[in-house]
Design a protein around this ligand. Structure first.
Ligand SMILES: *Cc1c(COP(=O)(O)O)cnc(C)c1O
Length: 366
């Protein structure tokens, strides 16, 4: 059996540090917004190279609070991709704003920056690119469009901790960067967690109030906020993992490169645009024989997952937005052709060889 991810192997490597961390935090009796959260926020700010990093309860909340803090809501429009995890769009809808979709570029599965401008109206307030599967969106172009039209940029970095364009990390381009520490993400906790990165100190303060019931001190409330804090234990675990993140990402890239060598004649391997650092939260191939490949893998006890089988504009929950089949042909095609294969830092080369051989038994070149 080859699983999609195996978090137990990673835990085995670091448990010598995890258990003392648990003891230390338990005995400190400081469980919410304590020193570990502060230290982790500082470390993330340094790592991403931004002044502000604010821990929150999840990646979804990081997106939601970003949109909220930028005063985007009823009657406003936010441009985003229809090929992403549902949470990206839920966060927009929580605020009363309307998601406006733009089709993707098939080579990266990210928002096609050449099609953004045709969707900008006087109600557009922000662009929300997603660095899907760990490949950075076309940030230089997106920032240029945003500047020209005076729009905010909110980056969904949930799948891309450590990804970069040149030396510049994702989460340091837009007004805010939104990270998730869901266990299977590149930097994963042992529970839920999230982080918002930003430049503006006022915005930073706003996030600190919003995550804690709009409070500016003990029981003094300046606005109506939320209960959305990063847990002290999770921050402790994440401090241990952040030290190793570059190594984890290096190993993911190494696995991806082996997959590419073995598979590029048989299926479409994920591309890496020039100058970008892809961190392969997923290794996602494309083939017209996708379903056949997936069955064959299953027969051989190899896991694989379709991220995502239905683009968001065709989801029942979003029917009220009024989109129809055919509106975003590349996102629809991606949904029919993608397949994500097992990838994680501890995955063995022999497993990748077995996966590639199995795929090659069925596929023809797309
Ligand atoms: C995981 C994910 C989220 C949500 O993060 P949670 O921490 O699970 O709330 C948002 N966007 C994308 C693209 C994701 O992959």
């Amino acid at each position: 059996m080859i699983p999609m991810v195996d978090l137990s192997k990673q835990f085995a490597e670091i448990k010598e540090e995890i258990y003392p961390m648990i003891n230390q935090i338990m005995e400190s009796s400081h469980y919410i917004l304590g020193p570990k959260v502060q230290e982790f926020e500082r470390r993330v700010a340094d790592y991403i190279a931004v002044p502000g990093a604010i821990g929150v309860a999840s990646g979804t909340d990081a997106l939601h609070l970003s949109i909220e803090a930028l005063n985007i809501g009823d009657g406003d429009e936010v441009i985003t991709t229809p090929f992403t995890f549902f949470a990206t769009v839920e966060a927009i809808l929580y605020t009363g704003a309307k998601p406006v979709f733009v089709d993707i570029a098939l080579d990266t599965f990210n928002l096609d920056s050449d099609r953004i401008e045709e969707k900008i109206t006087e109600r557009t307030k922000a662009i929300l690119p997603v660095h899907l599967f760990g490949h950075p969106s076309d940030m230089e172009k997106i920032m240029e469009i945003a500047r020209r039209h005076n729009l905010y940029v909110i980056e969904d970095c949930a799948q891309a901790f450590g990804a970069a364009v040149g030396q510049k990390k994702v989460g340091s381009f837009g007004d805010t960067g939104c990270f998730s520490f869901y266990p299977s993400k590149n930097l994963g906790a042992y529970g839920d967690g999230g982080m918002i990165t930003c430049y503006d100190n006022n915005l930073s303060d706003r996030f600190k109030r919003l995550r804690n019931h709009g409070s500016i001190g003990s029981y003094i409330h300046e606005s109506v906020g939320f209960n959305s804090r990063l847990d002290e234990l999770q921050a402790g675990f994440l401090l241990i993992k952040l030290k190793r993140l570059d190594e984890y990402n290096r190993r993911r890239r190494q696995k991806a490169s082996l997959y590419r060598d073995l598979l590029c004649d048989a299926v479409r391997c994920p591309s890496e645009r020039a100058g970008v650092q892809h961190v392969y939260n997923q290794y996602t191939i494309r083939s017209e024989n996708r379903n056949e490949i997936q069955s064959k893998l299953k027969e051989n006890s190899i896991s694989s997952v379709v991220y995502y089988p239905r683009p968001l504009h065709l989801q029942k929950a979003l029917k009220f937005l009024g989109y129809r089949e055919g509106d975003f042909p590349l996102a629809e095609r991606a949904s029919r052709e993608v397949l994500s294969l097992p990838i994680y830092p501890e995955l063995e080369e022999s497993a990748i060889e077995k996966i590639a051989e199995t795929i090659k038994e069925v596929s023809v070149r797309v």
